[in-house]
Design a protein around this ligand. Structure first.
Ligand code: HEM
Length: 355
């Protein structure tokens, strides 16, 4: 069914997708353990490829050196923001005294961030490999090649954003953008995988699904994306509470979040209702053992799990493990819903028991 080169591409693309999920989890662990500044420079860590394990191995005067580097980098970023009209934000970054406070060395945090970067580098290599192997499609399905190439551009942008996240001391909106770009990279990878995997079934006749069902699937996906953005806003509020009221203990953080957490919780219920509705509608047209039903099941399970973890976060004072799991589940949910939309959109509609 697939040539050797195609099989190689499909397998590598699938590994890349798995690596992206692992990377998102690693990013969640870094955030929940507060290890983002574990490596004060980028891409190296304390100027070394393998970071130090003890304070005695640190370069002399490292604190002043990295603060100076960070100030220089932020100045560059601020002038870029000024040029595109964001002068207020540029001034805020320039006047942010907090970035001048050097981080104390903590080997656990340094290695947490370092492992995250290693997983990032491995994922980058897989994305590069996927792009290289996509050359087999240049003539027959050029979009697979172009999308794979586009993903590399996105990754370079994402790496640059990562460096800004570090130098601006985890500036809130940059983190949100960082998460959204991660989802975009994931979506492109899933799309190329899907396009390569289903090409030979293109002409299999099937039952056409009503337009309303497809629109409902797209709408549910958009609501999930909105929910993820709202979730990052909730998270930013938590970060703000933590830094602004250092005397508050962990069990008081959630109470300070305010309205956005209520909207976030209620939207989760809407997402569950939308997807349950979609399930019932699809069930009328598609066999129970089809691929579409499988992904709808996965989506519903992920939503329920996500709501449970959300409850744990809200009522058990934000346990770090649950924080990391919540962001992983959010990306898995996005991935499952996006794949589902692709399956539902295919023309002519396929008998998915084959796929
Ligand atoms: C479909 C359902 C949901 C999705 C897709 C979702 C997604 C997200 C995302 C992406 C974040 C940001 C995580 C980060 O930046 O590290 C977040 C944060 C959060 N969510 Fe949800 N969420 C859902 C349901 C819920 C529910 C039902 C609750 C419970 C009320 C909840 C409570 C929270 C809390 C407390 C945070 C802040 C966590 C922190 O500071 O680490 N979520 N959510």
């Amino acid at each position: 069914m697939y040539s050797k080169a195609e099989t190689r591409f499909i397998t590598t693309n699938l590994i890349t997708i798995i690596a992206l999920f692992i990377l998102i989890l690693a990013g969640g662990v870094v955030r929940s353990s507060g290890s983002g500044m574990g490596c004060p420079d980028w891409p190296k860590c304390f100027d070394q490829y393998i970071p130090p394990t003890d304070v005695s191995q640190l370069p002399i005067g490292y604190q002043t050196k990295y603060v100076a580097q960070r100030v220089k980098k932020n100045e560059k970023f601020a002038s870029l923001l000024s040029k595109i009209g964001y002068t207020d934000l540029a001034t805020k970054i320039r006047n942010d005294e907090s970035i001048k406070i050097p981080e104390e060395f903590n080997a656990t945090k340094t290695y947490t961030e370092y492992i995250n970067r290693l997983i990032g580098a491995i994922t980058g290599i897989f994305l590069l490999l996927t792009c290289y192997l996509s050359k087999t499609y240049i003539k027959k399905q050029p979009k697979i090649f172009w999308y794979s190439l586009f993903n590399l551009v996105l990754v370079v942008f994402q790496a640059w954003l990562g460096s800004i996240v570090v130098s601006t001391n985890l500036l809130a909106w940059v983190i949100t953008l960082h998460i959204l770009v991660a989802l975009l990279i994931l979506a492109v990878s899933i799309y190329t995988y899907y396009s390569a995997k289903f090409k030979s079934l293109d002409n299999v006749a099937g039952i056409p699904l009503k337009m309303g069902v497809k629109l409902l699937a797209v709408f549910s996906l958009l609501i999930t994306i909105f929910q993820i953005t709202l979730g990052t806003h909730v998270r930013e509020t938590v970060d703000y509470v933590v830094t602004t009221f250092p005397a508050l203990t962990r069990n008081h953080w959630v109470a300070q979040i305010g309205e956005s957490l209520n909207y976030h919780r209620d939207l989760a219920v809407l997402i569950l209702i939308l997807n349950a509705g979609l399930y019932l509608l699809v069930l009328q047209n598609v066999k129970r053992n089809s691929k579409i039903i499988k992904y709808l099941n996965i989506t519903l399970i992920l939503i329920v799990l996500q709501m449970l973890v959300g409850g744990v976060l809200s009522y058990l004072s934000l346990p770090p493990m649950a924080q990391a799991l919540h962001i992983l589940l959010a990306s898995l949910l996005f991935g499952a819903q996006f794949y589902l939309v692709l399956l539902l959109m295919q023309k002519p509609f396929i008998n998915y028991t084959l796929a």
